[in-house]
Ligand binder design. Structure first.
Ligand SMILES: Cc1cc2nc3c(=O)[nH]c(=O)nc-3n(C[C@H](O)[C@H](O)[C@H](O)COP(=O)(O)O)c2cc1C
Length: 401
């Protein structure tokens, strides 16, 4: 990752979902953030400040009038030394205060005095959320530059079902990371295909592969954090998909081809990280009976989606080569035959289904870069940085040619 700013204020307000802020602190610390918790008086009814102090490793602040700071102006000092204010959960009442510039406690004063971005993750009952007053306040908050994430749809603490739940914590973390990372892909749209496709043999059986989709999802997260607008086209994946991306689910090669072809024109970069069926069976309409000791299935070569896109569209294309041997040679051949801009090569036995990967990146000029073995999460950032470097070179070359 390319971290710029790491100190954030986590504002916790009076919502029944305040207990989730404990887990949120843990996740923020895992991503190397320094977290200063500031609570409202109501928030303390829902979770103990001691819990949040123990988890964040810092005393929790609440009192506007606690003049321990030299100049007695903690609300100004805190907002100047932090790079981001995250209000999670944000109560309807607190959103109303934000929208109307009300500053009657420490947290609302910090927000009003801020010079850094403010992210608010609302959490409330569906009727509170839908109330025209709340909607008006949300609109005003956005107009004033606040960033609102969520809420999401689902079962609520009160037993009702609808929009109003605190958005999942992973999406909050991704948004926070985005605001503390260099936005090298700002204003860029990236399409990523990922996961495994599956081809029916008959209505009950299919041919698929062992791709977990982990690398693709990590690439999508890295691209999002680095500022891109990300769309993913996803086959079967073993991981949860964060809802910060536009995402389209597909089953097989045919759907993958149709979806990628439909979406490609809106994007500047296409990364094909999906394990797409190279051979397609002709599917039987009825379930194949097991009355013979052996059957044979004829497989037909499928159209190469990445090569098709690269040949038809003026777009920066990135492919993956998962090989069991002759890694560099095979990857170079793929790069040339598919006419793509960059290839990321890895050995299947070192990568597939695992959380770690070791990759080699080769560009059109045959420049080779080895990325040492590491967590797929970190490797994804290295790959995205190389994509950015090579894409930028390409754009400059086009400009001067
Ligand atoms: C049990 C209970 C749960 C509540 N849950 C929420 C909630 O999820 N979201 C919300 O906006 N308000 C909720 N409220 C109401 C707020 O706590 C109340 O509006 C409070 O004044 C908010 O204060 P604050 O914005 O200063 O934190 C709840 C109240 C109670 C009693």
């Amino acid at each position: 990752m390319i971290p710029i700013n790491k100190k954030i204020i986590l504002g916790v307000t009076g919502s029944v979902s305040a207990y989730k802020s404990a887990e949120l602190i843990r996740l923020l610390l895992k991503e190397q953030f320094f977290v200063q918790v500031v609570m409202t008086k109501s928030a303390k009814e829902f979770i103990s400040p001691l819990t949040l102090q123990a988890l964040s490793g810092n005393p929790v602040l609440e009192n506007l009038w606690d003049a321990t700071e030299g100049n007695g102006m903690e609300h100004i000092n805190l907002s100047r030394t932090s790079q981001l204010i995250l209000i999670a959960p944000a109560s309807a009442n607190f959103i109303a205060k934000l929208a109307n510039g009300i500053a009657d406690d420490l947290l609302s004063n910090i927000c009003l005095a801020r010079t850094c971005p403010l992210l608010a993750a609302p959490a409330m009952n569906i009727e509170m959320w839908q109330n025209p007053a709340t909607q008006r306040n949300i609109k005003t908050l956005k107009k004033d530059g606040g960033i609102v994430i969520g809420p999401e749809y689902g079962e609520q603490a009160c037993g009702e079902i609808g929009l109003g739940r605190l958005i999942n914590l992973e999406s909050i973390i991704l948004q926070v990371q985005k605001f503390s990372s260099e936005q090298i892909f700002k204003d860029k749209k990236i399409l990523i295909s990922l996961g495994a496709t599956s081809e029916n043999i008959d209505p009950a059986r299919a041919i698929t592969n062992f791709s977990s989709g982990k690398m693709g999802i990590n690439l999508a997260k890295a691209a999002f954090i680095l500022g891109a607008e990300v769309t993913i086209v996803t086959g079967r994946v073993d991981e949860a998909i964060p809802d910060v991306f536009k995402s389209v689910k597909v089953l097989n090669h045919k759907e993958m081809l149709a979806t990628v072809s439909r979406l490609i024109d809106e994007n500047q970069i296409y990364i094909s990280a999906a394990a797409i069926s190279d051979y397609l069976p002709s599917a039987s309409q009825k379930k194949i009976k097991k009355n013979s000791s052996a059957i044979s299935i004829t497989l037909k070569r499928s159209e190469d989606i990445l090569a098709t896109i690269a040949s038809k569209k003026a777009i920066f294309t990135v492919g993956f080569a998962a090989e069991s041997e002759n890694l560099i040679q095979n990857a170079k051949e793929k790069l040339t035959s598919k006419k793509i801009d960059l290839i990321v090569a890895n050995l299947i036995q070192e990568t597939m289904g695992q959380s770690v990967a070791k990759v080699t990146i080769i560009n059109k000029n045959n420049e080779i870069l080895d990325i040492p073995k590491g967590e797929k999460k970190n490797i994804a950032f290295e790959i995205m940085k190389q994509i950015h470097f090579n894409y930028s070179k390409e754009v400059v070359n086009e400009y001067y040619s």
